[in-house]
Design a protein around this ligand. Sequence first.
Ligand code: F6R
Length: 261
Amino acid sequence: MEVIIKATYEDMSRAAAQEVARILNTKPNAVLGMATGSTPLGLYRELVRMHRDEGLDFSQVTTFNLDEYVGLRPSHPQSYHFFMHENFFKHVNVPKQNIYIPSGSTNNYPSFCAWYEQRIEECGGIDLQILGIGSDGHVAFNEPGSSLTSRTRLKTLARQTIEDNARFFERREDVPIYAITMGVGTILEARELLLCANGKNKAWAVAAAIEGPVTGMVTASALQMHPHAKVFLDSDAAGELKMRAYYDWIEERRPGAPRYN
Ligand code: F6R
């Protein structure tokens, strides 16, 4: 796992956007895995800017979102459908028919989940999966106790996640209790993983994910099993890392490091 620590949220977002651009420059028809929440907002802003100012092209891109709340219509302002449209899709040129977001309103979840997995496979698998991390260490909505081989399925949100996400809703009772989410196994099949985290409230989860044991109790720790996982942090989120000095040292020495290609 590569750990890249930037001073600010903006720097972190710009560095993460460069990773997405790198993929698109080498593979214009890449399949991108998308995340929602407050963390990737800066990354999406930067990608939108690169599309507008530098011609970063999404016309051949396919996207699969990680998750969606159950029970919210796509037009609900807190649905992830709405979030993605407002913060990303309406500003770039991903073809509508190439956008996949789990349905929060299907009447057959098992068959929807199986179809979603099948579509990912038919599209050639995910080239780069963008991830955030919950304060309980979850990736997507794979809450503590999830299997590290899990696939797309319906999940009951942990109380901690409901508390954390209440800030987006008018009333705490409005936060959905269930979500449909890619599994940890699904995520681990992406060719590259890009996890971003910022803020002090993520410091514990980040340290547990990067430096703790691999465990279903902190599903982001499964990234340790992935051969191409990069973690971008701001300095607050890096606050509890024991090996911080080493990660900074690696970054410092990177320009002179031998290259494989
Ligand atoms: C969202 C997702 C979640 C969030 C996580 C952090 O699609 O999969 O795992 O990444 O809950 O959310 P924020 O960024 O709002 O702190």
